[in-house]
Ligand binder design. Structure first.
Ligand code: ADP
Ligand code: MG
Length: 276
């Protein structure tokens, strides 16, 4: 679905100095996968995300979306339809004054027929659990609800892949939960490929695979268990591991016989009961 080959990207700042935000990135994401990208501020995550729907083009290297080179202008329309983006701030993504009109905006721009738009909007709102709010004003919704409407707007374009750049960063814990549950559902039930950029470790636990970025490089890659079991390495990168993983690590340091790749509270409970 997504292939990044040796992708380099540079910005030029106000003083005319080059800033290399991506330095030879190689990432491959299969259709139907749920991949999380971690890394602290400035590591290049958003720059990478913007390459996935051709908002930015590589300075060097190549990005393929569904086999289509993003540098090839004739692919642009198709790529934008295949790879939808959800950003951090839900307020910046709302374009209409009624929820269902907002969701209809994307497919309208794609030239979808009105009766098909009607169908897609209803389906998308049902999928994200916002159907009953279809006649409401988006501006009066909670942050989590707004973000779910933004996701519905992308869904209505029928993408095969959705890229979410820190979609929960501005939400409270209940809003975060709503959005993460929605993302999991899109992946499991609708089989949509997910690229979730986050710095909440507990959100990355849901992924099939994780990439960790640092200063424009990919520095770690693996399943959540593989990545988070390397507690010291993750901490050296200035990142955290999920709290239960950290607890398991501390217990193991105290000589308690417990695996180092525990990711969820449920797994921890099983291990603690076994010890008893
Ligand atoms: P992240 O999303 O991981 O926080 P970004 O991709 O936003 O990282 O930024 C990567 C690097 O590129 C940072 O050093 C940042 O300062 C720089 N950068 C991002 N956007 C611009 C821009 N428009 N102009 C110049 N430098 C930028
Ligand atoms: Mg960012």
């Amino acid at each position: 679905m997504i292939k990044a080959e040796n992708v380099t990207y540079k910005y030029t700042n106000q003083e005319g100095k080059d800033i290399f935000a991506l330095k030879g990135i190689n990432i491959e994401i299969k259709e139907g996968e749920f991949v999380a990208i971690l890394g602290h501020n400035g590591s290049g995550k958003s720059t990478f995300a913007k390459h996935l729907n051709a908002l930015l083009l590589p300075y060097d290297g190549t990005i393929y979306i569904n086999g289509m080179d993003t540098k090839d202008e004739k692919n642009l329309w198709n790529i934008r339809q295949n790879a939808g983006m959800v950003f951090q701030n839900p307020d910046n993504q709302i374009v209409a004054t009624i929820v269902e009109e907002d969701v209809a905006f994307g497919p309208e721009n794609l030239g979808v027929k009105p009766e098909e738009i009607r169908k897609r909007v209803d389906e998308a709102l049902l999928t994200v659990g916002m159907f009953e709010y279809r006649k409401h004003s988006p501006h009066l919704l909670s942050g989590g609800q707004k973000q779910r409407v933004a996701i519905a707007g992308i869904l209505a374009m029928k993408p095969r892949c959705i890229i979410l750049d820190e979609p929960t960063a501005m939400l409270d814990p209940s809003g975060r939960k709503e959005v993460i549950e929605t993302i999991k559902k899109l992946n499991k039930e609708e089989k949509i490929t997910i690229v979730l950029i986050t710095h909440y470790m507990d959100e990355a636990v849901n992924a099939d695979r994780i990439y960790v970025m640092e200063e424009g490089h990919v520095v770690m890659e693996g399943t959540p268990k593989e990545v988070f079991s390397k507690v010291d390495e993750i901490k050296a990168l200035g990142l955290d591991v999920p709290q239960v993983t950290e607890l398991a690590h501390l217990l193991a340091d105290e000589g308690i016989n417990i695996p180092n790749d525990i990711l969820t509270v449920d797994e921890m409970v099983v291990e603690l009961c076994r010890l008893k």
